[in-house]
Design a protein around this ligand. Structure first.
Ligand SMILES: [Zn+2]
Length: 75
């Protein structure tokens, strides 16, 4: 009886530990693959003075290009 209880307890602890490890690894992997997704982007403010027109798609943005995609296309 007690052995069964201990078995259930250990299984629960191992399951919780595995979930924590898997969560940590998946967060690490998604940070590595896509570091921009981890950092929250500030919302674009319409009152921003230095907006430039993206030469690739014409979208106005604070940088020279509206996105990395357009910067890559311009190369
Ligand atoms: Zn663009």
């Amino acid at each position: 009886m007690i052995r069964a209880l201990i078995g259930v307890l250990i299984a629960a602890i191992v399951a919780a530990f595995m979930r924590a490890v898997i969560g940590m690894i998946s967060r690490e992997v998604s940070d590595t693959l896509n570091p921009k997704a981890a950092a929250p982007q500030p919302p674009p403010s319409p009152s921003q003075a230095a907006l430039r027109k993206c030469p690739v798609c014409g979208t106005y943005s604070p940088g020279d290009y509206c996105s990395d995609l357009c910067r890559d296309k311009a190369k």
